[in-house]
Write a protein that binds this ligand. Structure first.
Ligand code: PLP
Ligand code: COI
Length: 358
């Protein structure tokens, strides 16, 4: 295993340091290159290492760069399985299309992910909540300063053994409501997983941290009123339905929200558990109202799974959600999802994609 700076890391026994997220990398990566004449070259498994890139590579200047994030989960019997990798492959195609980049065939995406997992199976951590995070990405490498779609691309998959995304473990976070910045606007790139969306989010994240919060609550561009996402995660809340039962609520996919695999999986799991599931707009006023109608809120994504939200800070002050601790619906959903991913219970929806170690 190597660190982000390339040096070796020693991890042995129970004094092994926390893995963190995206700090350590496995020894291999898979690469392919694209040109209009040749299409994609056959996938190659190579040592994880520096790329040789022209300083005029177009991704460095105009941001033609898309990526994905998915995990290989270990089961108690030692086998490894990817969680819904086809959904990531499909989203990679959509992101590439939005940025005028070539589409990578779904089967090639799956093959690339499986090859990395197979090659570096010994690096998959086996501790509680740990997994191998895969980062497939595509960048424009043609050297040119012309403002147009590049004619040469690199696709690669790297892998990072990870544990829980937030250093504090599973506990409620405080979130900062962004009122003067937006993540996405109608017609923009919010529904694509492109690098620029993340660059544009960083100054609001710094503001959140400076104000004692861990993540940014993103509102809509037009009215600055409707909750869209939380950091690089989708947003959910739990409210009381008409008959007093719990209702799981998440904003619908309007084109400015990234269609998360975790979001979709939780909607499916919740409906299967008999929860009342609703996709509708949620205003920041509803979320922070003192009337107690919103009893829980959480964010979700591949990296962090389910993250309870304990409080929201807006210009009017800090509003606690429920009792400020992880809610019972939130924790139930998180446990159900983890049980499928780590194969501690049946996989009724066929989400786990076994990696053949042959
Ligand atoms: N929203 C954004 C902006 C993201 O970057 C991610 C992470 O990929 C998500 C939501 C959650 O998506 P998923 O559950 O597919 O990881
Ligand atoms: C995720 O994979 O859940 C993400 O949010 C990606 C993030 C680390 C950029």
């Amino acid at each position: 295993m190597t660190t982000a700076t390339g040096g070796p890391t020693a991890r042995t026994g129970s004094d092994a340091p926390a893995l963190g997220f995206g700090v350590h990398f496995t020894p291999h990566m898979v690469v392919s290159r694209w040109t209009p004449a040749g299409g994609w070259t056959p996938l190659e498994l190579v040592p994880h290492g520096p790329l040789s890139l022209s300083p005029a590579a177009m991704a460095l200047h105009y941001g033609q760069a898309v990526f994905e994030g998915l995990k290989a989960y270990p089961a108690a019997d030692g086998s490894l399985a990817l969680f819904r990798p086809r959904a990531n492959a499909d989203r990679f195609v959509l992101s590439a299309r939005r940025l005028a980049m070539p589409e990578l065939p779904v089967e090639m995406f799956l093959d690339a992910c499986e090859r990395v997992v197979r090659a570096d199976a010994a690096e998959v951590p086996r501790g509680h909540g740990q997994s191998l995070y895969l980062r497939p990405f595509m960048v424009a490498v043609e050297p040119s300063l012309g403002v147009r779609p590049a004619q040469e691309y690199l696709f690669a998959v790297i892998a990072s053994p990870v544990d829980y995304f937030f250093a504090g473990g599973y506990q409620a976070i405080d979130v900062w409501c962004a009122t003067d910045q937006i993540r996405a606007a109608p017609g923009g790139t919010g529904a694509a997983k492109c690098a620029g969306n993340y660059a544009g989010s960083l100054s609001a994240k710094a503001e959140a941290l400076a104000n004692g919060c861990q993540e940014v609550l993103w509102l809509d561009a037009a009215e600055h009123r409707w909750v869209e996402e939380l950091g690089a995660m989708n947003f959910f809340c739990v409210g009381r339905g008409e008959n007093g039962t719990d209702q799981l609520i998440t904003p619908g996919l309007s084109g400015t929200i990234l269609a998360g695999n975790t979001r979709d999986s939780l909607l499916t799991l919740a409906a299967g558990l008999g929860l009342d599931v609703v996709q509708r707009p949620v205003s920041v006023d509803e979320l922070t109202a003192a009337d107690g109608r919103v009893t829980e809120a959480f964010a979700c994504g591949t990296a962090a799974s389910v993250v309870p939200i304990g409080a929201v800070t807006t210009p009017s002050g800090r509003a606690r959600i429920g009792d400020g601790r992880p809610g019972k619906v939130t924790t139930r959903l998180r446990d159900e999802l983890a049980a499928v991913q780590y194969r501690q219970q049946a996989d009724p929806y066929g989400w786990m994609h076994a990696v053949d170690m042959g």
